[in-house]
Design a protein around this ligand. Structure first.
Ligand SMILES: Cc1cc2nc3c(=O)[nH]c(=O)nc-3n(C[C@H](O)[C@H](O)[C@H](O)COP(=O)(O)O)c2cc1C
Length: 253
């Protein structure tokens, strides 16, 4: 029996009474039940923003060059990143605040934005979870999903449930079928992440692969220095594949 590690970050300060955490927990329960039928078990961990000290990005750009952030030792971001990198499935949740994702969610995304230059989450599956009173939920879900997809994550469409409009979070007849369906799609993406990539992800990979090939050619032919990012992409042999789907297959080993 295989074990699926599922980690959830919820960008809400409401802690145990967070609606978005409730959505995450309900999805995790549905996914665990379905995984069991497929012969797998799920280890689920959920952290809300109030449990963490996460500083704002200071725009020093060190992460883009070196892959590490000087703030990680001073706050909880290093630990949060480690938990995300160890997971097979990443849930990323946020409430809608003033028509956008919460500041806590954006603060975490800013601190991992350099992962988009490295496709760091390739080979993992994920889902964006959003709760709102009654507006902007779908837009926030789509925005969150697209940002995480640029980091390489394989993501089916996520979940957005509301407190004062349909689909209601607390109306189980409305919410449960959506949650069950999301659990199935997420489990499918975890089983075969290469089959759950978007055209935009393929295009984005192509751009990175071309840039890497060109920089490495200039390095070997003319001795031109390459950036640490290019060096890493070259070491990971990112350009040595026919498509991003191929690279994702290799990431899964
Ligand atoms: C500061 C603030 C701003 C909010 N702005 C919106 C909004 O623009 N649109 C909306 O539909 N709901 C809005 N809400 C409602 C929350 O999105 C909703 O209550 C959500 O479920 C809270 O999730 P949480 O319990 O996980 O923090 C806002 C709530 C707060 C506290």
């Amino acid at each position: 029996m295989g074990m699926i590690r599922m980690f959830s970050f919820i960008g809400s300060g409401a802690g145990d009474v967070s609606h978005t955490k409730e959505l995450s927990d309900r999805l995790a329960q549905a996914l665990s039940r379905q995984a069991e039928l497929r012969g797998e078990t799920v280890a689920y961990e959920c952290v809300t923003a109030d449990r963490l000290r996460i500083s704002f990005c200071r725009s020093c750009n060190v992460c883009f060059g070196t892959g590490s952030c000087p703030l990680d030792d001073a706050d909880d971001m290093g630990d949060l990143k480690r938990r995300m990198l160890e997971a097979d499935i990443i849930l990323f949740g946020t409430p809608v605040y003033l028509a956008e994702m919460s500041g806590a969610a954006k603060c975490v995304l800013d601190r991992i934005s350099f992962w988009s230059h490295r496709l760091e989450l390739a080979g993992k599956a994920g889902m964006a979870l959003v709760t709102a009173s009654n507006n902007h939920g779908p837009q926030v879900e789509q925005c969150l999903r697209e940002l995480l997809q640029l980091m390489g994550l394989s993501m089916p469409e996520g979940l957005c449930l509301q407190l004062h409009a349909r689909p209601h979070l607390d109306d189980s007849e409305e919410a449960e079928p959506l949650i069950e369906d999301a659990a199935t799609r997420l489990l499918d993406a975890q089983e075969d992440p290469a089959a759950h990539l978007t055209k935009l992800q393929e295009l984005y990979w192509k751009g990175l692969a071309l840039k890497t090939r060109r920089a490495m050619m200039q390095h070997y032919l003319f001795g031109k220095q390459v950036s640490a990012e290019t060096q890493l992409l070259d070491e990971r042999r990112i350009a040595a594949h026919d498509s991003f789907a191929d690279y994702v297959r290799r990431c899964r080993g």
